[in-house]
Structures are given as structure tokens and as C-alpha cells.
Design a protein around this ligand. Structure first.
Ligand code: NAI
Length: 699
């Protein structure tokens, strides 16, 4: 059992001990009940203290139990809390460091709570599309007041214990300990102090009211609905807290349970839970053990102070790691540093960054024109022009100056990392670190594993990614890696849709309604349509039979590269970003259809969404088969953090499972029969066909 029992005089102590955060798995739940029974049977014990070993009181549910049978085995957390309610001897929760979810519900089931300062207290279930299912919505408002409790339950955010202790009239904490170190001793002393007091106070017996009653909840519901349009859970949290004010405790509990079970079945919660697990799994690499020793990264070099180099540098400066940027000319360095300054100054202006922090960060930045100044760097990231010849020059020089064991990374978005590694005598130290633009903002980092990349290099890069707050996903070497290889198929479909009768605005609207942050044409205008143009020109040589709509090329021939040229798929007014439908583009597309002999037809939004999303799914399945991505969840993380895929749909591969792979394959067969589309592409990837035939999903 992962809870320990000890007796110290008249006080029994039950210590949750299930690292890393004392998750309330079956063996911990059993341990609590077992300890409680022992305490009740021992006449010498007058009070019980429950606390947590190590770095938490309890972080709540044990995530390793998610989806497993143990999660449903008695004693459930509700049953454990019922035992506490009925104990007859006073129970005191000694709370420290982390007290979240089921951990907080457990504490609320005790008669008293003593908290250490600095404890992070939360009911984060809403972040998984759920609500607290073991009485959190009924007990927290009773001790904290309705409004403070509702804010915590609806946001899922953690609040520090001392802030909660300062809420007037709160009875969440009976006592604040002076420190985490003295917490247990203070909680034991408190337990002795209250040992003989009767009746035992129970949170469930406290009154719960809001002075404005229904009017307040109407207001709260409207606010919450506005802020969480695509998620059912937050509004259901409001309902549950309202029940605490209008219903008997047991009835409120029953309704909370019922809502919890309903929310568990929603696609939104399934998506959020999938992403929660996928995010944790992404940092694990099948053949790189978690205890692989990592190299220390104390200083970083960045080659190239352009769009990416500047943003990449900011990530490290933000994390307190010194950066040296190298360029070929002083002007380029000055321009790069000025852009970094401008970005930080904008943050200071908006009140997002303190002036001192800005200065601290800038003090960590140095610049150079000489490779010799990078000789002490532990990690060097190249972000120069996307030309293999330029990369060759850079990596050969790095090979000469970098110290042994330094990690040499390339931010290339399309070039072969193995070829780049071969420019050096140390291919084992070379890796791809593919940041997304703007690199100081976007969460995604594709870590590109070359065929010779050493395991400790990968482990180090995954660790440093966490430090600079990126979601790192490992990709094998291929053209476009995971994200861009898939987006090419999505963009091709967007083009075919124009050929067949859709307008850019219809395509964008349909996919944005599905939930994408931005449709493909608005995206093209933002990123620059010339990027795709260059790729298509290269493709025309590499894969001459790859079919594309010619509309994008015609657009570029008109010089309409997007926002930067003031015109793209849409028109733009000077200095503004609003996309205005363009008559000229419409005529250009019509002319293209005429030239190709295509009679336009009306295309439904449903078809648009399916063709775009299923194109991602089919290419994603190929990527899994080829071993470019290790798990389907990795692909989902890439799309969520780098491409604006809607969170509540869980990523393309998860979404395909929600639709049913059988249905996805049927739709693909239909698209393959369309003479204006690419029949060959729509042949389901063998993995997809196999899983669909077996009635399975991507795992
Ligand atoms: P950029 O043109 O804005 O910046 C490149 C910088 O490298 C320039 O300042 C240039 O002076 C400098 N440079 C060129 N040759 C050099 C050399 N031999 N030594 C030192 N500095 C040199 O280009 P950007 O957009 O920053 O792209 C850089 C790399 O990042 C490319 O490999 C690109 O494919 C990749 N990338 C770009 C993304 C984007 O959205 N712009 C996204 C992800 C990756």
C-alpha cells in the first residue's frame, strides 16, 4: 500500500507515499482506509493526521490509472471521504506544496485542515473537460464562499494557500503553519488541541448561500459560456456549484456524480484527456531511457540573427541562459538585436515584463562575427538561409571551433539533417531543432533525430526544451518532418477545392468554424505565399507527377505574396491585417477553371472540412508507418501546438478515431473517385486501412 501508518502518542499519522505527487491510486486509497481503521481500533489514538510524503500533499487522481480497471475499484475516493465523515475521531489534513483535485477533495473530507504557506491549491478537473467528482463542487463553496470557489472550479487554476487564507470568513484552513518544515509538528499539536472537541465539524454540515442567488448564477453562467464556447464542462461546473446553494448536500453530491459521468462521455473531455496524456508521452522516447545522462547546457550560441535566430535566442534569454549570436555582418547583428529589443519593449509596455527583467535578459545577450567566440558554447543552433551550401559552410566551421560534446543543432525546415550532420566529424552530436515562427511565442519544437544522433543528445534537447517551455516532439528525418509534411497534403486539398468551385473565404470559413485558428488561405497570406511557391518549384523537379492546383502559382505570378506585399488571397489595407475578399483573385480562379475545363460546383462545408482534415490523417498514418513519428499522440501534439488544430477535437489522429476510422476510409474512397482530386493520394495508408478493418483506432 502506498500510504504509511504511524502512531505518535495520541495522534496517528497517515502519510500518502505514492511518488511523484501522491496520486490517489487504488493502493493509496486502500492505505488511507486501512490507516483510518487502525486508528479507530486503537483506544490510545485520539486524533488522526493525514499528510503527504515528499513533494506534495496530493496531486489528485493517479494518472497511471487512467482508463484502467483500478480506477473503478473500491474504495473510490468518494467512499474514502465517506469513511472520514463517519470516523468519530477528529481528522486533520496537513497540507503542503501541492494539494489538487482529489487531494483537495480528500482534505475537504477531513474535520480540520492545517496548511503550509506556498501550497498550490486547485481543482483542475475542468482542464480535462470534467468537474471535481468527489464532492469538490459541494464542499469548496461551503468553506471558501461561492464566488471564490466557483472561480477556482471553473478556471482550474492553482491559488496559493496564503491567498486563500486571506479570504474573509474562509474556513478552508483552520490554521496556517509557519513553514512546510514545521507543518507536521504543528498539525499534530493542533490535532491534540482539538482531540476532545465535539461535535466534530464537517464541511458537509456548513450552510452554503449566495446573497444574490439565482441572479448571480445567471451572470456567472453567461460569463462562463462566453469564455468557453466549445467546452461543455465549465457551465456544468456553474450548475453544480449552484446546486450546492439550493439542494441538500447528498442531493448535490448525487447530481455532481451524474454530471461527472456525463462529462466523461463527451468528445471534448476525451480529447482533453488524450492531449494531457499525449503531452506527457511526447517527452518519452521509446529507446531512450528516462535516466539517460544529459549534457549540461550553460551557454548557447545561435548562428543567424534573422527572423528565427532572434526568436530562438529570446527563448534562452527568458530562461536565464546566456546566448551569443553570430552573423556575417555587423548590420545584420544590429538589426537582429534591435528586433529582440523591440519585442521585449512591447512586452514591457503591455505590462507583461518588468523593466528589470528586460534588462537582465538583454545583459545575457552577446554578439559576434567570429566563430572563435562560440568555443565554449554547450549548444549551438544554426538558423541561417535555407540552402544546403550555406549550412555546409556553417557546420564545417562549427566542427572546427565547437568544444567536444557541444550539441550542434539546425533549425532547417526542409533540409536533410543527416546530410547536415555529415558535414561534421561528429554526426552523433548533430540534431534538428525545428522551431516555429514566431519562435519566442510558438510552443512547438520538432526535435529531428538524425540516423546518428546520440541518445544523450536527444535526452538533453528534450530536457532543455522543457526549460524553455516548449512542447518537444521527436521526428525522424524526412521532407517537412511531421508537421509540414502533413500540411502539404492539406494545402493541396485546399487548392483542389478552389479548382472545383470553392472560394478562399468559403474554405477558410468552413475550417475556422471547425475550430482551426486560421484557414489555409489566411495562413498563406500571413506566412507568405512565396514559401509554398518555392517548395512547389522544387517538387516539380523532385516529383514531377505530384498534382497541384495551379491557382497558387498564378497568385504568386501576380506578386500577391500575402500581407507583406499588401495582397495575397485577400486584399489588405495599409497597416491592417483584416482579410478582404478579392475580386481580382476570384476572377483569376474563374479563369483558371476555364483554362482547365472545370465546371464549378457547389461544395459543402462538410466536404471542405473532411478533405482538409482527412488529408492530414492519411499522411499522418504514413508518417507513423514510416517511423517518422513514434506515436499518434505525437502527431496530435504537433498539430495542436504548431498548427492551430482545435484543442477540443484532440488533434487529427484522435479526431479520426472519434469519427471512426471506417467512416474516414469510406470518405477517402469517395474522394478518390473525384476526377479533379488526386486518386493516388486518397488510397488509405495501409496502417489506416488495417485499423479501420479491425475496428480499431490509432494508439
Ligand atoms: P532569415 O533570412 O530571416 O535569417 C537568416 C539570417 O542568417 C540572416 O540574418 C543572414 O544574415 C544570416 N546568415 C546567412 N548566412 C549566414 C552565415 N553563413 N553565417 C551567419 N549568418 C548567416 O531566415 P529565417 O526565416 O530566420 O530562417 C532561418 C532558418 O530557419 C532557415 O533554415 C529556415 O528554413 C528555418 N525556419 C524558418 C521558419 C520561418 O517561418 N521563417 C520556420 C522554421 C524554420
Amino acid at each position: 500500500m502506498t500510504a504509511e501508518y504511524q502512531v505518535d502518542g495520541a495522534v496517528a499519522v497517515i502519510t500518502l507515499n505514492n511518488p511523484p505527487v501522491n496520486g490517489l491510486g487504488l493502493s493509496t486509497r486502500r492505505g488511507i482506509v486501512d490507516g483510518l481503521n487502525k486508528a479507530l481500533a486503537d483506544a490510545a489514538v485520539k486524533a488522526v493526521v493525514i499528510t503527504g510524503a515528499g513533494k506534495a500533499f496530493s496531486g489528485g487522481a493517479d494518472i497511471t490509472e487512467f482508463g484502467k480497471e483500478e480506477a473503478y475499484r473500491e474504495p473510490h475516493l468518494i467512499s474514502v471521504i465517506q469513511q472520514l465523515d463517519l470516523s468519530g475521531k477528529p481528522t486533520v489534513a496537513a497540507i503542503h506544496t501541492v494539494c489538487m483535485g482529489g487531494g483537495l477533495e480528500l482534505a475537504l473530507g477531513c474535520n480540520y485542515r492545517v496548511a503550509a504557506p506556498g501550497t498550490a491549491v486547485a481543482l483542475p478537473e475542468v482542464k480535462l473537460g470534467l468537474l471535481p467528482g468527489a464532492g469538490g463542487t459541494q464542499r469548496l463553496p461551503r468553506v471558501l464562499g461561492v464566488e471564490a470557489a466557483l472561480n477556482m472550479i471553473v478556471s482550474g487554476e492553482a491559488v496559493k494557500s496564503e491567498m486563500l487564507a486571506a479570504i474573509p470568513g474562509q474556513t478552508l484552513f483552520d490554521k496556517m503553519a509557519s513553514s512546510a518544515e514545521t507543518l507536521l509538528a504543528e498539525a499534530k499539536a493542533f490535532a491534540l488541541e482539538v482531540a476532545d472537541r465535539r461535535p466534530l465539524p464537517r464541511v458537509r454540515d456548513l450552510p452554503c448561500k449566495h446573497p444574490q442567488g439565482e441572479a448571480y448564477f445567471q451572470f456567472a453562467r453567461t460569463m462562463v459560456q462566453g469564455m468557453s464556447k466549445n467546452f461543455p464542462a465549465p457551465v456544468r461546473c456553474v450548475d453544480a456549484v449552484q446546486n450546492a446553494t439550493t439542494k441538500k448536500f447528498d442531493d448535490g453530491m448525487a447530481l455532481e456524480r451524474e454530471t461527472f459521468m456525463q462529462l466523461m462521455m463527451t468528445p471534448e473531455s476525451r480529447s482533453l484527456r488524450h492531449l494531457f496524456m499525449a503531452e506527457r508521452a511526447a517527452s518519452k522516447i521509446a529507446d531512450v531511457p528516462s535516466d539517460t545522462p544529459v549534457r549540461e547546457i550553460r551557454t548557447v550560441g545561435v548562428i543567424g540573427a534573422g527572423t528565427m535566430g532572434g526568436g530562438i535566442s529570446m527563448n534562452f534569454l527568458n530562461a536565464g541562459i546566456p546566448v551569443t549570436i553570430l552573423e556575417t555582418k555587423q548590420e545584420a547583428l544590429d538589426r537582429g538585436v534591435a528586433t529582440i529589443r523591440k519585442n521585449y519593449e512591447a512586452q514591457v509596455k503591455k505590462g507583461k515584463l518588468k523593466q528589470e527583467k528586460y534588462e537582465e535578459r538583454m545583459a545575457l545577450l552577446s554578439t559576434t562575427l567570429s566563430y572563435g567566440d562560440l568555443k565554449n558554447a554547450d549548444l549551438i543552433i544554426e538558423a541561417v538561409f535555407e540552402e544546403l551550401g550555406v549550412k555546409e559552410q556553417v557546420f564545417k566551421q562549427l566542427d572546427e571551433v565547437a568544444k567536444p560534446g557541444a550539441i550542434l543543432a539546425s533549425n532547417t525546415s526542409t533540409l536533410d539533417v543527416d546530410k547536415i550532420a555529415a558535414f561534421t566529424q561528429r554526426p552523433q552530436d548533430v540534431v534538428g531543432m525545428h522551431f516555429f515562427s514566431p519562435a519566442n511565442v510558438m510552443k512547438l519544437l520538432e526535435v529531428v533525430r538524425g540516423k546518428e544522433t546520440a541518445k544523450d543528445v536527444l535526452a538533453t534537447v528534450m530536457k532543455i526544451a522543457k526549460k524553455i517551455k516548449k512542447t518537444a516532439v521527436v521526428s525522424g528525418v524526412c521532407d517537412g518532418f511531421i508537421g509540414n509534411r502533413m500540411i502539404e497534403q492539406y494545402s493541396r486539398q485546399a487548392g483542389f477545392l478552389l479548382d472545383e468551385g470553392a472560394t478562399p473565404q468559403q474554405v477558410d470559413r468552413a475550417i475556422e468554424k471547425f475550430g482551426f485558428a486560421m484557414g489555409p488561405f489566411r495562413m498563406g497570406d500571413l506566412a507568405g505565399n512565396d514559401i509554398g511557391w518555392a517548395i512547389r518549384k522544387r517538387r516539380a523537379v523532385e516529383k514531377p507527377d505530384m498534382k497541384y492546383s495551379g491557382t497558387a502559382d498564378r497568385l504568386c505570378e501576380l506578386g500577391r505574396f500575402g500581407q507583406k506585399t499588401g495582397a495575397g488571397w485577400y486584399d489588405y489595407q495599409a497597416g491592417k491585417r483584416d482579410a478582404i475578399p478579392s475580386k481580382l483573385v476570384e476572377e483569376m480562379i474563374e479563369q483558371y477553371r476555364k483554362d482547365k475545363g472545370i465546371t464549378p460546383r457547389k461544395i459543402s462545408d462538410e466536404e471542405i472540412v473532411q478533405r482538409l482534415v482527412f488529408a492530414l490523417v492519411n499522411e499522418g498514418a504514413h508518417i507513423l508507418e514510416d517511423g517518422i513519428a513514434g506515436k499518434s499522440g505525437d502527431i496530435d501534439m504537433v498539430y495542436l501546438t504548431g498548427y492551430g488544430f482545435p484543442v477540443w477535437r484532440g488533434g487529427p489522429m484522435h479526431y479520426a478515431g472519434e469519427v471512426g476510422l471506417f467512416n474516414v476510409v469510406q470518405a477517402m474512397n469517395r474522394f478518390a473517385r473525384n476526377p479533379h482530386d488526386d486518386a493516388k493520394f486518397w488510397q488509405p495508408a495501409p496502417l489506416l486501412a488495417k485499423l479501420a478493418a479491425e475496428g480499431k483506432q490509432f494508439s
